[in-house]
Design a protein around this ligand. Sequence first.
Ligand code: ATP
Ligand code: MG
Length: 137
Amino acid sequence: MEQTLSIIKPDAVAKNVVGKILSRFEDAGLRIAATRKMQLSRADAEAFYAVHAERPFFGELVEFMISGPVVVTVLEGTDAMIKNRDLMGATNPKEAEAGTIRADFAESIDANAVHGSDSVENAAIEIAFFFAQKELS
Ligand code: ATP
Ligand code: MG
């Protein structure tokens, strides 16, 4: 059974649409293996997005991710990684297909509602960043 990591970002948590977003995952046949609401520290956000450290938007990305609580979730199911990416829609919500999470809940490329692992390999790294093995059903 494949697993992937989702983060509901501070903008979507502030909008009180956590349940609506988690329902999209369940309605698509994914299961919630683990979930937690938490406030990321600056060090957490910098480490999590380390692959983007050299990008011009890295500072803003880190500031945004620590601007309020997030909900980190492990999703499980057949083709969980790509299913989650399809449900999310394009990084820029203005380019996201109608009916996707970003089209429906996101405002801008910075405040884009959700993160999702972009490969099965990265999913394993990102899940281990947030969850202990005993927390994963
Ligand atoms: P995420 O990794 O959050 O799931 P993604 O995989 O769709 O999003 P990435 O290319 O990994 O997109 O970028 C990580 C995050 O950095 C994006 O979600 C977005 O918030 C921010 N970002 C990406 N490109 C830009 C940009 N050109 N300007 C501002 N912010 C950006
Ligand atoms: Mg990404």
